[in-house]
Design a protein around this ligand. Structure first.
Ligand code: SF4
Ligand code: SF4
Length: 249
């Protein structure tokens, strides 16, 4: 049974403990940042930032700010667009059979970063300029293999993050959705059938983050890449499908 995260943004208090725990466990350095007028820090995911709590706000009916916190990370997709784009170098990305974690390997340096990032409907992968390595959340697979929770889940003080067997997390999400809908009629669980990290949001997903739910995956392609993709032969597409389903290519 693969694992899943359920992230209930209605319980998130924007404390960023999950962001810090991720850095700490993965021994990732902090970044020097500057105040750019909002509470979110750092401004975006980076090669050394696998998780970032996004802060958006609107003015509520009483004139007070209403916050939309969104702890953004890789969704460990069931059929990952990043993996689809990496078919030219087999096993550069793979899905761990026990946990379902989608994992990047060093072989990924042989694949175009624009293709990998462009293939992700949530705009997650990031690259180190100097080395060409790519990175993202690993689901803390090494912790999970040892019976521990991912570091972010373990540290969350409000109960906004849960992790466990997929069917249990789905049940938890749907149960919680039913309750939240009595107060927030627009509440929804995002892309539940397609990912292993699903978010409950109380309002329109775009109020949280432009990539909160899946977006078309051509955003980062230049014209040349787009033309090449349009021209891809049926043979290549068949190879991609076989690779996605674990057959030899
Ligand atoms: Fe790949 Fe993006 Fe899905 Fe993560 S969210 S598995 S990087 S396609
Ligand atoms: Fe939200 Fe929990 Fe992360 Fe704090 S640790 S920002 S409450 S998800």
């Amino acid at each position: 049974m693969s694992k899943a995260f359920f992230i209930d943004t209605t319980l998130c208090i924007g404390c960023r403990a999950c962001q810090v725990a991720c850095k700490q466990w993965n021994q990732l350095p902090g970044l020097k940042t500057a105040n750019y007028g909002v509470y979110q820090n750092p401004p975006d995911l980076t090669f050394e930032t696998y998780k970032v709590v996004r802060f958006n706000e609107e003015s509520g009916p009483d004139g007070k700010p209403r916050w939309f916190y969104f702890p953004d990370q890789c969704r460990h997709c069931i059929e990952p667009g990043c993996l689809l784009e990496s078919y030219a170098v087999p096993n550069s990305i793979f899905i761990d059979s026990l946990t379902g974690a989608v994992l990047f390997t060093d072989k990924l340096r042989g694949v175009s970063f624009d293709d990998v990032r462009g293939g992700c409907p949530y705009d997650i992968p990031r690259k180190e300029k100097e080395t060409g390595y790519m990175s993202k959340c690993t689901m803390c697979a090494e912790r999970v293999y040892n019976g521990l929770l991912p570091a972010c889940v373990k540290t969350c003080p409000s109960g906004a993050m849960a992790f466990g067997d997929m069917d249990q997390m789905v049940a938890k999400a749907l149960d919680r959705l039913k309750k939240v809908r009595t107060v927030h009629p627009k509440a929804q669980v995002l892309d539940l059938n397609d990912v292993r990290v699903f978010y409950l949001v109380a309002d329109e997903p775009k109020k949280y983050h432009v990539f909160a739910d899946a977006r078309p995956t051509t955003g980062f392609m230049d014209r040349k890449t787009a033309m090449r993709k349009i021209g891809r032969s049926l043979k290549e597409l068949a190879l991609q499908r076989r690779y996605m389903h674990g057959m030899d290519v």
